[in-house]
Design a protein around this ligand. Structure first.
Ligand code: AMP
Ligand code: ZN
Length: 133
């Protein structure tokens, strides 16, 4: 994946503000943060998204997310924390190398990660339950 920016950052070819690194991951500060401390977990291995990530790497990413949430919450004294992970253009993914957003939240911070709640119709419910069997 010669042209993947997150491959280059994760593997240290491009310098980044690194909060954590091990043999499988690098955690960097997002260049356009949603809040103070917004960071990204990047696997060093190139996988495009959740559909492609091997189970073991996905498990390791989640464990690392938990560790980072603990450490960042203490260090930054944030009041809450969002884990966000986008897959595909339709879901807002813009860099097609798997990453998890670590977004510290502060009381009344105005970070817009909400949606307009819809209504679960009986028709949708039945259709989805049937399709998911
Ligand atoms: P997504 O929309 O989930 O694909 O998120 C991509 C994220 O990567 C965005 O929050 C960008 O601000 C961030 N980003 C893109 N390029 C860089 C970069 N070179 N260094 C740090 N963060 C980046
Ligand atoms: Zn990559």
């Amino acid at each position: 994946m010669g042209e993947c920016i997150f491959c280059k950052i994760a593997n240290g070819e491009i310098p980044s503000a690194t909060l954590y690194e091990d043999d499988k991951f690098r955690v960097i500060l997002d260049l356009s943060p949603a809040s103070k401390g917004h960071a990204l977990i990047l696997p060093k291995q190139h996988v495009a998204n959740l559909y492609e990530i091997p189970d073991e790497l996905a498990a390791d990413a989640m464990i690392l997310a938990k560790k980072m949430a603990d450490k960042m919450t203490k260090a930054l004294s944030c009041d809450g924390f969002n884990l966000v992970q986008n897959n595909g253009e339709a879901a807002g993914q813009t860099v097609f190398h798997f990453h998890m957003h670590l977004i510290p939240r502060y009381d009344k911070d105005q970070v817009g990660l909400t949606w307009k709640p819809g209504t679960l119709t009986d028709e949708d419910k039945e259709e989805i339950l049937e399709k998911m069997k």
